[in-house]
Every structure is written in C-alpha cells, then in structure tokens.
Design a protein around this ligand. Structure first.
Ligand code: PEP
Ligand code: MG
Length: 538
C-alpha cells in the first residue's frame, strides 16, 4: 500500500482503478514555411473550430455546473479572439516565417508567463487557462480529437487537468479526480466541487503515469490517495464511503424542504464558516444563511493585518454569493485557542481601534452587496456594546462623508459566550438586534474547563445544567425585548439537544454545513406540543 498526500478540493470517497489521462500528443515543432498566407488561413480555420468546440463545451457544462461554472468557456472564447493574443501569433508567423503551431505555442507560453507573474492570485491562475486555450488551438491545427477518457468508470489521474478536459470527460465514467499539480481555486477544482466529484490536487510527482491501472481509493475529505490499499485501510475507507453515501441520500431527500416541526415551528438553519472557499458547501447543503463567519481566519492567514480592501473583497464575495440570505460576520476574535496570547474578542478591538475600524469599514462596505449582520464576540458588559456601537457609528459616518454605500440598517448583534453576558442578558438585549450563543466558550467559562487543555476533558460536561440554564435565560430575555436568538457553538449540532433548544424558543441554529440536513431531518420529525420526552428533559 502507498499513500500519497495532496490538497482536498472536493469531499467524498471513491474506490476504483486509476486511469492516467492520455492526451492527444501535441509535440510542437518549429517548421520554416514559405507561405505565411497559408499559415494565416490555417490559423483562421483553427480559431473557428476552437470557438465552436468551446461553444459546445459551454452547452455541455451548463446543465452540469450551472452558469457560473460554465462561464469559463466563454472566457476561453474571449481569449481565442483576444486582439493581443492573435496579433502576437500573426507577428511570429510573419517575422519568423514559421508554422502556426509554433507561433501559438510561443505566444501561449509568453502570455501564461505574464499571467503567472501577476500579483492578483486570481489572475495568476489564468495562466492555466491561456495554456488550455493554446493547446486547443494547436490541437485544432493538427486536426486532433482531444483527450481520450476511460471506457469504464475510473479515478482520473493526470499531472493537471484543464477545465475543458474536465468537462469533456464523460461524467458517468469519473469516480474521482487526482492530480499531481493544480491549485485549490483553479477552475478545475471549482468544476469538480460543483459536480460533487471527490477530488485531490497537488499530489506531487509520485502520482506517475506508471500507476495507470492500479487499484486506488481517493479520500477527498483528507486529501489522501491510497494506492493498492491493504484490507484494514480498505475497510475503514469503505465505512467512510458508506457514511458519505448516506449523506448524499439525505441531501437528495431533504434539499429544498423547510425546517419546520410537525406542529409548525419554523427554525432558521444556518452555517458556520471561516473562509469563502466553504461557500460551495453552504450552498450544496441548502443552508438558509451564514450564522457565523469567523473573520479571524483572514487575519491568521495574512502576514500582518489584512487591509480594508482585502477584507472588503472577501466579505463582499461572501455577501454576494449568499444572494440576499443573511450572513452574520463576526468581528475579529483572536486569542485563546487562536494563537495570539493576549486579549480576545471585542476586548482586543476596543484596545486596538485602528484594527477594529478597518474591519468595520470593510464589513459595512460589503453590506451593500447582500444581507449582512455584524456580531461582536466575547462580550461581558453593557459598556463594551456601547463602545462597539460607537465605533460602528463612527465607521458609518466616515463612509457617508466619503459617499461610499453601505446598508444603514445593518443588524448589530453579540455573542453570548460568557456567563456574565447570559446572566445580564435582560440588560444587554435592548442594546442589540440579536444574540448568538457561543456554547464553546460559554461552556469553558461556566464550568472552568479550559478548551485547549485535554486534561480537563472529563470535567467538561457539554450538557451541564448550568450551561443549558444560561442559554434558556438568554432566550427568555432576548424574546422579552423582541430580539431573535441563535446558537452557533458546537452544541447547536448536538441532535440530542435540538428538541430542548426548540422548546427554549431558540430561533436559529448555526452548524457546520455538512450537519445541516441531518438537523433538518430531525426538526421535521419533532412535535413540540407532545409531552417532553425523557431524553429531552435531561
Ligand atoms: C463559541 O465560542 O461557541 C463560538 C462559536 O466561537 P469560537 O468557537 O470561534 O470561539
Ligand atoms: Mg467563542
């Protein structure tokens, strides 16, 4: 057994034979020609052929990956006709008296190099698209038929895959993708995710053509590729696959259904994420919104504090992608479990108004692109909320004076994750639009069990009556003042507590995207008018 490790880009487990993708051999030679006019007319014909192939690929991709995913083939069409690109090919043919294939190959490499040196990561990734377009043109010049995929379903292996290769392959014959190169946000990765096919990229050179025909298992959740797995690994992977299949079945049955109990109580079911790359999962699992966007990961992944513009772009992507569904952006919460060992949550922001203001401006600017809400973590006193409110108003005033748009009615909420906040929730509720209970911290601070210290684990009773009472008290006080309350800590996904939470009148549960449908299934089976069941009462 051999295990190769790469980057997971689409979850799921697939078992099958590796099919190392054979491409139409397009070795380009430099040939001297006397008749440049002939090369130009070959070029025109190749361009026409490439354009019609790309139009056909767009039509094929549209029902499989939607408009957004298929758009890449429109971009490729534009590249084929790009003026600078065409002019460079013509010039090389004219000035060097060479064949069209060579002119395309040189131009493609020059353009790809130019893209790969750009600062913007999105533009850098377009280098692969230019190469894809150039290969297509060379293939058209050679009258080639493109790639040949497997006859039977297999795991597609390759050094890298272009978007057109990905779409060209017969979907029925693809069990998974595994590539030695590639990047997480390449269009191929995006297409694989949209098609829901397990995929791993960046497996390195060990994924070689000699492996063609080997038995393998792709674990798209961990990014591991098992080659000729032994019995033990195979049994474990098959167990995982069963689970994944069950989830898929859940998806098919519960997608699009409302989260309503048998007696008609509707619950908001949202997702927790920390990175825009998880948006696909949010949409795939039919989540109603984002109940917790942990913004600190943007800070932890940056060298130095991210600029307003960088943050704005990320928040805007999230708000726009969610298309009018609520997104609760939590302001910076580093500290404790998140590396930096000083103040946490709102406290850090109060101490560092410069960092806080930058984030608030970025969030407000993004609010005009969707339905955003701002949430402040680690609150324990009313004055902190007033300080946060003042900072928000200041940021709003600045943007107004600069003529920058934002949602003036953006919701303002806090996390209830200290016992103090829960106990004085009657005082705090009038100051905010909503509460969201962070049970992870609420548990650690109520039970005095350090989240990061494994030795305290036996003292950490996640169902402890003290924690549940604090949640119930917060819910009562939120509703007393006409505010909504959600839970976004891990406890929100604990199915043994769902009924109890709904009986406390919790309005929203925010969980990791993959948990959404299980929770929906349970909610739809509950009857809150029935006598309290034994298990729920505990
Ligand atoms: C929590 O404390 O429950 C919470 C949701 O926030 P985090 O886990 O990011 O501290
Ligand atoms: Mg917390």
């Amino acid at each position: 057994m051999k295990v190769l490790k790469g980057k997971p880009v689409c979850g799921g487990v697939a078992e099958g034979k590796l099919f190392y993708l054979k491409r139409g051999e397009n070795k380009v030679s430099r040939v001297r020609v006397d008749d440049a006019g002939h090369e130009h007319s070959r070029m025109r014909a190749a361009r026409e052929k490439a354009l019609s192939e790309l139009a056909a690929l767009y039509d094929k991709a549209l029902p499989e990956v939607g408009e957004q995913g298929a758009m890449i083939f429109e971009i490729h069409q534009m590249m084929v006709e790009d003026e600078d690109y065409c002019e460079s090919i013509e010039n090389i043919i004219n000035t060097q008296s060479v064949n069209a294939e060579h002119a395309v190959s040189v131009t493609g490499e020059n353009f790809a190099k130019m893209f790969s040196e750009m600062e913007d990561p999105y533009m850098r990734e377009r280098a692969a698209d230019v190469r894809d377009v150039s290969n297509r043109l060379i293939n058209c010049l050679a009258g080639g038929q493109g790639i040949s995929g497997p006859v039977k379903p297999a795991i597609i292996a390759a050094d890298d895959l272009t978007p057109s290769e990905t779409v060209q392959l017969d979907k029925e014959k693809i069990l998974a993708f595994a590539t030695s190169g590639g990047s997480t946000n390449s269009h191929t990765a995006i297409l694989a995710r949209t098609m829901g096919i397990p995929a791993i990229i960046g497996l390195g050179e060990d994924l070689a053509a000699e492996l063609h025909g080997a038995c393998a298992v792709v674990d798209g959740n961990t990014g591991e590729l098992y080659i000729e797995p032994d019995e033990k690994a195979l049994a474990a992977l098959r167990g995982k696959k069963r689970q994944a299949d069950e989830h898929k079945a859940l998806l098919e049955e519960y997608k699009g259904k409302p989260n309503v109990t048998l007696d008609g109580r509707e619950v908001l079911l949202y997702s927790n994420i920390g990175n825009p790359s998880e948006l696909g999962l949010v949409l795939q699992n039919d989540s109603g919104g984002i109940g917790l966007f942990r913004s600190e990961f943007i800070f932890l992944e940056s060298d130095g504090f991210p600029t307003e513009e960088k943050q704005f772009q990320i928040y805007k992507t999230v708000a726009q992608t969610m298309a009018g569904k609520r997104v609760v952006f939590r302001t910076l919460d580093i500290g404790a479990d998140k590396q930096i060992g000083y103040l946490r949550g709102l406290r850090l922001c109060i101490e560092r108004p410069d960092i806080f203001k930058t984030q608030l401006r970025a969030l407000l600017r993004a609010s005009s692109f969707g339905k955003a809400a701002i949430m402040f973590p680690m609150v324990s006193s009313a004055w902190e909320i007033e300080a946060a409110r003042a900072a928000l108003e200041e940021a709003k005033a600045e943007l107004s004076s600069e003529g920058i748009l934002y949602d003036a009615g953006i919701e303002f909420g806090i996390m209830i994750e200290t016992p103090a906040a829960a106990l004085i929730s009657d005082t705090l509720a009038p100051l905010v639009d909503f509460f969201s209970v962070g049970t992870n911290d609420l548990t650690q601070y109520t039970l005095a069990v350090d989240r990061q210290n494994s030795k305290t684990e036996r003292y950490c009773d996640t169902h402890h009556e003290a924690v549940l009472q604090l949640i119930e008290l917060s819910a009562k006080n939120a509703h007393k003042h006409g505010k909504w309350i959600g839970i976004c800590g891990e406890l929100a996904a604990d199915l043994s507590l769902t009924e109890q939470f709904l009986r406390m009148d919790i309005d929203e549960l925010s969980v990791s995207p993959a948990k959404t449908l299980e929770l929906r299934r349970l909610i739809r089976e509950l009857d809150l008018t029935a006598p309290v069941a034994e298990t729920a009462a505990k």
